[in-house]
Design a protein. Structure first.
Length: 183
């Protein structure tokens, strides 16, 4: 059972700028999953993600005003190519990647069950950029695999093998090797 992070405490699960798999619902209810890298924390409870206008993710967020940010660990690195490739709207990338949906709590869109952490988000507004729009959302709540928490109950990014995309568009991913404790 995943540990719940109520309300904007779920922002703690996103501190590392990881590669994200954003899940959204297509109009017919098929669960869509897309890979995204460009996000930032904007306040204690708001974040922004740059999302390409042609993507299914963008269109689904426009229609339903909600999405889930799922953070995968290194053992699922091979699935990211599925989430980065185009896929017909009646086929779920989550299923195609061999992963599974998990019931959400405060919205309708399912999480990815195998994700280390998943954060439910509600659309607030967006800023036009060009090819991408910067979608701003409220963080509602989140869930984390209890095996990936440190002794303070926070996401342990080393243990979880959180992935960072360090080369693109031919992606190369890096994980953290350890902690450096400052004074
Ligand atoms: C590691 C990685 C990072 C990506 N980051 C972004 C991003 O920040 N913004 C974006 O629009 N697309 C990004 N993409 C491309 C999308 O994943 C791709 O367009 C995908 O087909 C979108 O899926 P969808 O149409 O189901 O929403 C990224 C792909 C990969 C593999």
């Amino acid at each position: 059972v995943k540990k719940e992070f109520a309300g904007s405490q779920a922002m703690q699960l996103l501190v590392t700028r990881p590669v994200m798999v954003i899940t959204t619902l297509h109009p017919d209810g098929t669960l869509n999953g897309g890979a995204f890298g460009s996000y930032c924390n904007l306040s204690g409870s708001e974040l922004g993600v740059a999302i390409g206008l042609p993507s299914h993710t963008y269109k689904n967020i426009q229609a339903r005003k909600e999405f889930v940010i799922n953070v995968l660990g290194a053992k699922h690195v091979d699935t990211l190519s599925v989430f980065g490739d185009a896929c017909p709207p009646n086929v779920s990338e989550v299923e195609r990647a061999g992963l599974h949906p998990l019931e959400p709590k405060r919205i309708q869109t399912p999480h990815v069950r195998e994700a280390v952490a998943s954060v439910e988000c509600r659309y607030l507004r967006e800023v036009e950029i060009g090819y991408h729009n910067f979608v701003i959302a409220d963080v509602l709540c989140g869930y984390c695999d209890p095996d990936c928490l440190d002794e303070d109950g926070r996401l342990d990014v080393v243990k979880a093998g959180i992935l960072h995309c360090v080369k693109y568009p031919q992606p190369v991913y890096a994980t953290f090797g350890g902690y450096a404790v400052g004074r």
